[in-house]
Design a protein around this ligand. Sequence first.
Ligand code: CTP
Ligand code: MG
Length: 226
Amino acid sequence: MNIAIVLAAGSGTRMGQQKQFIMVNEKPLFVYSLEAFDFHPLIHKILLVVPSNDVDRVSSFLKEYPLRKMVGVIAGGNSRQESTFLALKYLKEKNVKDDDIVLIHDAARPLVSQKIIEDNIYLTQKYGAVETACKAVDTLVISKNNQTVDHTLNRDEIYQSQTPQSFLFNLIYQAHNLRQGESFTDDAGLVKSMGNEVYIVEGDKYNFKITTPTDLDIFEAIINKR
Ligand code: CTP
Ligand code: MG
């Protein structure tokens, strides 16, 4: 079984509002990723995580929406890591199997492609833990106090991380369980800290994260061109 966890419980500090609920072409932003997973034939179930105050509102909204694979709308936590762990604990209670695959995705990446989804599934079947990432295209420099201190980073070895990040259920559940209280920015980092290898799935530029109002402008321009 392949289960998508869509994380939409953030507060949108950099956007200045809860970006997951912004309407773009008459659809809230979080629905774009739900539709991408719902459409993919290899995805069986979708679990959505939203702020605790929005669980009821979002659940009733989705009842009217033609999605086939939703299995729940649950409350997230104070950090992305907490929201993910709450989703994993919910799934554990629903008796998911240790070797089921979970794809953990930011609702703030509405343009995730069908290819990225299926590459995540196939490579998780093979390696157990994967993260979507794109090779850096710009030259990267390290700076301190507005001065550059290093230009020698090897661009071929540097990737920008995206989502989904996907894992065998037991692996990611145990990692979260053991690392509670320690802070990680993403699930791949957490799994890596346990000594597990994480394989890269090639992402793409469209799968960027909507973080600021500028990103929203870019997203709207892309949607309106399609
Ligand atoms: N997220 C979550 N629970 C949290 C924090 C974040 O489910 N407590 C989700 C967000 O809704 C988003 C994804 O994780 O889809 C990536 O997070 P980010 O882009 O940082 O979104 P926000 O945390 O909402 O934005 P900001 O950091 O600017 O406050
Ligand atoms: Mg955040």
